[in-house]
Design a protein. Structure first.
Ligand SMILES: CCCCCCCCCCCCCCCC(=O)SCCNC(=O)CCNC(=O)[C@H](O)C(C)(C)COP(=O)(O)OP(=O)(O)OC[C@H]1O[C@@H](n2cnc3c(N)ncnc32)[C@H](O)[C@@H]1OP(=O)(O)O
Length: 194
């Protein structure tokens, strides 16, 4: 089944997304946006360690291998973990727009169970932009990049100012992120690029 709710239908005045001229080249690994991120960070022993790569246009591909720590039912990935993989991949798209945005809504279809040890091949694309609202879609396939779709999602991300994180995040992590020179570079890049 596909077909998202009315809240995820782009409005009539939505426009096609525009890849930022400084977006990473197709094929380039994006790297983690934050070491402590459960989706992509290297500092989370049980995180997904999802690796995303820029695609053509405003598209991303990513891979994530389901570990024993990600189970729901015995031997199968937890649905929330799979939703996280989709959310993380969709969130990475915003780096190609050079827009800072957070997930407002995420609608997920779980089509096939995903066993532990499976590599999920994810693909995501921004389909439309309307003001601060970014509409995007993603699939996760098993058995290879052209294998059957196991999970899919449609999402609405909402652009926020970088202050969103400083205002709402726990102070010690915000401080640590600000002190990380690489994070700082990225945060600065977000601030100077519309
Ligand atoms: C210093 C350290 C640097 C760190 C550098 C970090 C870099 C980058 C990190 C990114 C991290 C990624 C990680 C993965 C992606 C997550 O998982 S992000 C985490 C999960 N998401 C959240 O925590 C978001 C929580 N929600 C919120 O903060 C607020 O509700 C939002 C989404 C910002 C919206 O609030 P708002 O700014 O007040 O905007 P609001 O006027 O309510 O809505 C704007 C528009 O969106 C629509 N909208 C909002 N929510 C919805 C919804 N749920 N359904 C439908 N429409 C909606 C509204 O109807 C409105 O539409 P219009 O009226 O303009 O037509």
């Amino acid at each position: 089944m596909s077909g998202s709710s009315a809240a995820l239908q782009p409005p009539a005045d939505a426009v096609k997304p525009v890849r930022h001229p400084d977006a990473p080249a197709p094929g380039e690994l994006l790297g983690a946006h934050y070491g402590g991120c459960f989706g992509c960070g290297g500092d989370q022993p049980h995180g997904l360690h999802l690796e995303a790569r820029a695609g053509e246009g405003v598209r991303i591909t990513a891979e994530f291998t389901v570990q024993a720590a990600h189970q729901g039912a015995p031997g199968l990935a937890h649905g929330g973990v799979l939703a996280t993989a989709l959310d993380e991949t969709l969130g990475s798209l915003n780096w190609l727009l050079r827009t800072v945005a957070v997930t407002g809504r995420l609608e997920t279809d779980f089509l096939r169970p995903v066993p532990v040890g499976t590599t999920l091949h994810l693909e995501a694309e921004v389909v439309a932009v309307a003001g601060r609202k970014i509409y995007s879609t993603a699939t996760g396939r098993v058995g290879g990049p052209d294998g059957p779709v196991a999970v899919r999602a449609d999402a609405l991300f909402v652009e926020v100012k970088i202050d969103h994180f400083a205002q709402h995040g726990r102070p010690q992590e915000i401080r640590a992120a600000m002190e990380d020179p690489d994070q700082m570079r990225r945060a600065r890049a977000f601030e100077v690029n519309p």
